[in-house]
Design a binder for this molecule. Structure first.
Ligand code: MAN
Length: 540
């Protein structure tokens, strides 16, 4: 039962008794407005005793203004409008008897009788209809809100379980990584030993000797070529500079011999024609040298010998290995490990090493055929993969743990976790050329309807910083900042104003200042169960 009905009865009775001394008095203070036996009355602050007739006589006697609750005589007092049929309310004393009909005083009791009609019934009815509708929304909304809270509890459980199971997986993975590291190190050293052994091969050693021989031949060849060049220059000087008049047969023979060897015309004939090229063209450049099949020409020797000498014989050795080994599938021994339970792997590895050793000693398999180099690569790969999985698990666990802490934190998803359900839930509203999107706790966007690129209007920054975390006001505002920068302006940002509603929705978008947007919307997360919401009015 609403309290005003109860309180209205004694007031009505007193007023009917013919006293307007109680006009403008709040029901809780009515008892204080009673005259003494000697028909006096004390100001409410106790400062003065006045005649009961001086109460509400339109003259201010008391310093606290308490003697004039129903007139405008005292400058700073309040008039209580009973507003029967609606909600009682105070108005300032200055508005009493000013000839204006205030909505706050719908019964018109602050004005002379007949000045303002009593509209409390219709105003009260409209108010109650609106309040009932709101209450209905609040009730429905709060039911939805309680499902959000249930979701948050489930989510916390899920994340805690996930973190716990990740913890177990991490311990197991760490052991696996350790084991794989040992295997990788072991196979790595095995590979080095195997390679050293391969290098003892007669074929490899012979290749090294061939290489040494080629290098030596090249060095000797260069020495001879240099000497030949110098000799040619000496003979050229002799050919062009000797005096034929001396008839020195030895010189003439030497010149003729050189001319023949170098394919040069006789110097006397040249001098007759009046031309001479001082440097003879080498024989090889004039006529293509005939070489046996497959042998290199001088040109090829020049260009390819260095490449040949620079061959990487170790790679060649390994390629040769690959080539001569029958093209088998991957080592069966290695593959078996994928079928063996983790706990048995160390024993298996030890057994395998022994077994392979024996096979090698007995000559049944060679070291090469055990595929140690492939295994080293595989082992390294397996280690890298396991390490990456371990890092991923650790990251996931840290994220789960920090998400758990956020769920019931009033500064994040609310003290009851009622906002967690909306994390990354997106809603839209179309205005003009744009559709505005809000993804709760993530980002707001402006999307052009007729094509073109989207603008980010900012990422979630905070709730209402002016309110206390946990209070309804705190959750009635969200701030999204640092969106795409406006041409010659600020970074785009949004303030989202939220009220209780049965749906998560945006119903209005405004650009209040250039690139500063205001969204208005509703969410069930804001609907507190009726009775838990803060009370603003007192009803009569
Ligand atoms: C785009 C939109 C508008 C904004 C202007 C500013 O057209 O983001 O909302 O006012 O850029 O240049």
């Amino acid at each position: 039962m609403v309290p005003w009905l109860l309180l209205a009865l004694p007031l009505g009775a007193t007023a009917a008794a013919g006293s307007d001394k109680l006009l403008g008095v709040h029901p809780s203070a009515l008892a204080k407005y009673t005259p003494t036996k000697s028909n006096t009355w004390k100001c409410l602050d106790g400062s003065k005793e006045i005649s009961w007739n001086a109460v509400n006589d339109d003259y201010c006697d008391c310093p606290d203004g308490s003697d004039e609750p129903g007139t405008s005589a005292c400058p700073d007092s309040r008039f209580w409008c009973k507003n029967e049929g609606h909600i009682g309310a105070y108005i300032h004393s200055s508005r009493v008897g000013d000839g204006l009909c205030e909505t706050e005083c719908c019964d018109g009791s602050d004005e002379r009788p007949g000045t303002c009609p009593n509209r409390c019934k219709e105003i009260g009815e409209a108010y109650r209809a609106k309040r009932d509708a709101e209450l209905k929304i609040q009730k429905t909304g709060s039911k939805i809100r309680s499902t959000y809270i249930a979701f948050a509890h489930k989510e916390r459980k899920r994340l805690e379980d996930l973190a716990a199971s990740l913890e177990k997986d991490i311990v197991a993975k760490e052991k696996e990584v350790e084991k794989l590291r040992e295997i990788a190190e072991r196979t790595e050293s095995l590979t080095q030993a195997a390679l050293d052994h391969k290098r003892q091969s007669p074929l490899y050693q012979s290749l090294l000797n061939h290489n040494k021989a080629l290098k030596s031949l090249k060095r000797e060849y260069k020495k001879h070529a240099d000497k030949e060049k110098q000799l040619g220059q000496i003979l050229d000087s002799l050919r062009t500079g000797y005096n034929p008049n001396y008839q020195d047969m030895a010189v003439l023979e030497a010149v003729r011999g050189w001319e023949e060897l170098a394919g040069l015309p006789h110097i006397n004939d040249v001098k007759k024609d009046g031309e001479e090229s001082s440097t003879p063209e080498p024989e090889s450049e004039k006529t293509e040298e005939a070489v046996d099949d497959g042998l290199w020409t001088a040109d090829e020797l020049d260009s390819e010998l260095d490449d040949l000498i620079g061959t990487d014989y170790t790679s060649l050795l390994l390629e040769h290995e690959d080539h001569i080994n029958t093209p088998t599938e991957d080592s069966l021994l290695f593959k078996i490990t994928s079928y063996i339970p983790d706990a048995w792997l160390p024993q298996y590895e030890a057994w395998k090493d022994n077994f392979v050793d024996w096979l090698e000693k007995l000559g049944i398999v060679s070291e090469e055929s055990s595929g140690s180099s492939t295994e080293a690569t595989r082992a390294q790969q397996a280690l890298t993969e396991a390490n990456a999985e371990l890092a991923h698990m650790k990251r996931e666990k840290t994220e789960s743990e920090s998400d758990v802490l956020k769920i019931f934190n009033p500064e994040h998803f609310g003290a009851e976790g009622e906002w967690k359900k909306l994390d990354d839930t997106c809603i839209n509203h179309e205005v003009g050329d744009y559709t505005y999107e809000l993804c709760f706790f993530k980002e707001a966007k402006q999307k052009p309807n007729k094509g073109g690129s989207n603008f980010s209007l900012g990422r979630f920054q905070s709730w209402n910083k002016d309110a206390r975390p946990g209070s309804p006001e705190y959750y009635s505002k969200q701030v999204y900042q640092h969106g795409t920068r406006c041409w010659n302006g600020p970074e785009r940002s949004v303030v989202v104003l939220l009220t209780c509603g049965v749906e998560n929705t945006i119903y209005s978008v405004q650009e209040l200042e250039k690139c500063e947007y205001q969204f208005k919307g509703t969410s069930p997360a804001l609907c507190l169960p009726p009775g838990k919401e803060p009370q603003n009015h007192e009803e009569l």
